[in-house]
Ligand binder design. Sequence first.
Ligand code: NAD
Length: 251
Amino acid sequence: MTSFDLSRRWAIVTGANTGIGQAITVGLAKAGADIVGVGRSVMTETEAEVKAAGRRFVAIAADLSEPGVAGKVIAETLEAGATPDILVNNAGIIRRADSLDFTEEDWDAVLDTNLKSVFFLCQAFAKAAIAAGRPAKIINIASLLSFQGGIRVPSYTAAKSGLAGITRLLANEWAARGINVNAIAPGYVETNNTTALRADAERNADILKRIPAGRWARPEDMAGAAVFLASPASDYIHGTILPVDGGWLAR
Ligand code: NAD
């Protein structure tokens, strides 16, 4: 029988304190996974929800935009007694400005956090999984801007389009090594990341009009896809970018 059971597995989730990362963490814990939460902010609320689901929670404090941090995160994960089974690269930032005015600082900040750090976390995690001889799952959190151009978010579009590319590249390199690399592309989700967008009445109305489901996504809408891509049910799925977008890309 196809299994969505994640018991006896550890899931490392970056940016687990809030938004999509928090909802995915809780979804994975309810499916049976123990959790390593990685982030630069306190994760007490997420920890409480994971423990309420009867699972273990290890917190690792890290600023993922700093060079060399990926190796430290995976080393601390192993020191804590967790196994490298599931990695969810969720942490991300966005900077909005017209491309004519866009600064180098806003370019580098987004590329470092949303793309460079994801690649090196995948690398450190895959090395640990291969060394442990365990099958593993990597889930990258992509975006509609892995498929579309967007507007006023040049570094974010570059990072998320690049993330779709490295998801496919790593799947090609690691599928035969027992590591599934896939991504989820959330549509428009009610989180801190989109507060500015939702506050702009005109943009908000335009977006809502175009979503076949007729509503913004809630962070919890991402959890089912994450459990699926983390579980044995997706063992033959490699290099896919799964939109969870209320039908946006189908329009
Ligand atoms: P959010 O702002 O609520 O959460 C972002 C998380 O990333 C937070 O936990 C934050 O602490 C963490 N983070 C950011 N920079 C970090 C750093 N340098 N080191 C460690 N942690 C860091 O936003 P969200 O909407 O939940 O975003 C989660 C992911 O989903 C992001 O990758 C985002 O690009 C993606 N996404 C969001 C939407 C949306 O509509 N909200 C749509 C598509 C994709």
